[in-house]
Design a protein around this ligand. Structure first.
Ligand code: ZN
Length: 119
């Protein structure tokens, strides 16, 4: 390839981003997602909580980097929608989406199960 103008890779002209959205208080981005390619991509996402599955075998997550499989969950809000909780297992596991009420019910059920088991 032939080199072009030396400043071609810096601050392209008129590459205006999208107008900022009002991020949720828990959004780890917090800047309004102006760099999203489309408005539907202006998604707020909360911090990921990881729970290691201590009875699962070790899996190689990177070159010679072995870890226990984990369950990941985080808050997510798509533009014009109410927040949901996304949860998935493993690195590429199938995700499950919970409404806030569903996530709360699951959390209560898990807590009650643990209380029952521990007597
Ligand atoms: Zn956001």
């Amino acid at each position: 390839m032939t080199p072009t103008a030396p400043a071609a890779t810096t601050a392209p002209l008129l590459a205006a981003g999208l107008p900022a959205v009002a991020c949720a208080s828990w959004c780890i981005d917090g800047t309004g997602h102006t760099d999203a390619p489309f408005p539907e991509d202006q998604v707020c996402r909360g911090a990921t909580v990881e729970v290691e599955l201590t009875r699962r075998p070790l899996v190689e997550v990177a070159d010679d980097d072995w870890r226990r499989e984990t369950v990941h969950l985080y808050l997510q809000r798509r533009p014009g929608h109410t927040p949901v909780v996304e949860m998935y297992r493993g690195e590429l596991g199938e995700s499950v989406t919970f409404t806030l009420d569903e996530a709360e019910a699951l959390g209560l059920a898990l807590g009650q199960a643990v209380q029952q088991a521990r007597g």
